[in-house]
Design a protein around this ligand. Structure first.
Ligand code: ADP
Ligand code: MG
Length: 485
């Protein structure tokens, strides 16, 4: 056992999928597809004389997330000015919530790989505006795109309750899925619409207080977050064990070099001179408003998972995998609506279909736009149920469906894959196999019953995998008995 324990608090920035920006009617556009500075107005540029107006949709969305994270929604929230200078922030201050956030004191329960579950407390979730985006050209110059400036941003902050990179990963995945379920964020970290920052420290087993933490920014995937945390924890422990210290710092992660880079050391606390935003009123959140938003929440992953496990006779683990991603649970429910028994739908999705997707590098969010649709998967399951194909053949058919986009009945016909259940046909093949395998049959009959499987395998092979396995077993037993004595 190591003498050291990892302590992590996560700060998550999620852009909200509103039509317009946080404080003006300027449209929100996709930061990768839209040309630079094509969605910019006087507010986004912070021109003098402009006045902000709060986007009610952003408050609704923020509240949805807060409620889904079991937060309290205080009766008032308020925006403040956070002053600092940077080229991506033309006003010289960011409008953000400070001492009166939208949501406070929530939690999320996560399930770990050892089967235990754990509660991560959520300290607060507050609204702010995003900044513009700088592109450093590498020749000393930088370009700035203000499309992102003023886009509504929800910052979700945990308590330092996360004790390993695995816990951080599970929390991050579950939070991302939750945002997608709620329809408030697409979860695409590569586009920067969802950004994680990890505050990391370590504690010695004899410590009674937290030690200095360092904050890792610029993490553009959950995988790099895990790697960065592991590297940082190892570095801090090594530092202390060799008699060194850890100074507060802001870090970045160099994905290519797989290493932490120090961006700046924090000599003293940042001084942003927060004060209440004089151009915006305090937002009063009536209890009716909160109730209306609570009403509007869709079924959330935890509830859905419990329902699947209870209604569909699948394990808690299977139910979790089917609910982790909204696109997957939508697909699963569509397969059932198309007539497949839920248990079969779960088995084929979690088995063959996911394997196919992984091999092809197709992400779970793409499941809705694949060649195999819920309808055609249900069609394949129907053929299995009816005994037209056995499980083995069904796997072949599924691979062909993936390749060609054709449906299962068409492929089975084209490839001549119908399962043979006809007893006469099976008996002919079985007799042929037993005649050729006379020595093995003799051994079997003299008591080596294990050989049944080998003989069965030979029969399956002789029927090119198309024989109904149950029927072959029955006939094989009969034919072997007939050769006794
Ligand atoms: P600040 O007020 O400077 O922003 P906070 O105390 O609010 O700092 O914490 C910011 C984030 O850092 C939170 O997610 C919190 O959980 C986390 N954090 C605080 N202390 C530690 C620590 N010792 N180790 C790791 N994370 C920490
Ligand atoms: Mg912040």
């Amino acid at each position: 056992m190591s003498d050291w324990k990892t302590i992590i608090g996560l700060e998550v920035h999620a852009e909200l999928l509103t039509e317009s920006k946080m404080f003006s009617a300027c449209p929100v556009v996709d930061s990768v597809e839209a040309g630079p500075n094509t969605a910019v107005d006087a507010l986004s540029l912070g021109l003098p004389g402009t006045l902000p107006v709060v986007n009610a949709q952003a408050i609704d969305y923020g509240m949805m997330v807060g409620l889904a994270l079991n937060c309290e929604i205080p009766p008032y929230n308020q925006f403040s000015r956070k002053s600092y200078f940077y080229p991506d922030l033309p006003k010289g201050y960011q409008i953000s919530q400070y001492d009166r956030p939208l949501a406070v004191d929530g939690y999320m329960d996560i399930e770990l790989s050892d089967g235990t579950s754990k509660r991560i407390r959520v300290r607060r979730a507050h609204l702010e505006e995003d900044t513009g985006k700088l592109t450093h050209m590498g020749d000393g110059s930088s370009l700035v795109d203000y499309n992102r400036a003023g886009v509504p941003l929800l910052e979700i902050v945990t308590e330092p309750d996360i004790f390993s990179s695995e816990e951080a990963e599970v929390y991050a995945r579950k939070l991302r899925a939750l945002l997608q379920y709620l329809g408030v964020n697409h979860g695409d970290m590569s586009k920067g619409v969802l950004r994680f920052e990890a505050n990391v420290s370590v504690m010695h087993k004899d410590d009674t207080e937290y030690r200095m933490r360092r904050e890792i920014k610029n993490l553009n995937s959950i995988r790099s977050m895990v790697r960065a945390i592991d590297a940082e924890v190892a570095w801090q422990i090594k530092q202390y064990e060799s008699g060194g210290t850890v100074k507060p710092a802001t870090l970045g992660w160099d994905e290519a070099k797989n290493q932490i880079v120090v961006q700046r050391y924090k000599e003293r606390a940042d001084e942003y001179r927060y004060f209440p935003e004089p151009d915006l009123p305090i937002v009063e959140v009536s209890r009716e408003w909160v109730a209306r938003i609570r009403e509007s929440l869709p079924e959330l992953p935890d509830a859905k998972q419990a329902r699947y496990a209870a209604d569909y006779g699948i394990s808690a683990y299977e139910a979790r995998r089917l609910t982790e991603d909204r696109a997957i649970s939508d697909y699963f429910e569509a397969v059932i609506s198309a007539g497949a028994p839920a248990k079969q739908a779960a088995n084929w999705m979690l088995g063959a279909l996911f394997r196919q997707m992984n091999e092809a590098g197709v992400g779970y969010d793409q499941i809705g736009v694949m060649t195999i649709t819920p309808l055609t998967l249900a069609g394949l399951i129907d053929l299995i149920q009816k005994g037209t194909v056995n499980n083995n053949t069904a796997n072949t058919v599924l691979a062909q469906m993936w390749e060609t986009g054709k449906d299962a009945p068409t492929l089975v016909k084209e490839l001549g894959l119908e399962q043979v259940s006809d007893e006469g046909a099976i008996r002919d093949v079985v007799r042929g196999v037993l005649d050729k395998a006379a020595p093995m049959v003799a051994e079997y009959l003299s008591g080596k019953e294990k050989l049944f499987q080998a003989l069965f395998g030979q029969c399956m092979k002789a029927m090119q995998g198309k024989g109904n396995p149950q029927a072959i077993q029955n006939v094989l037993k009969e034919e072997l008995e007939a050769r006794r004595g």
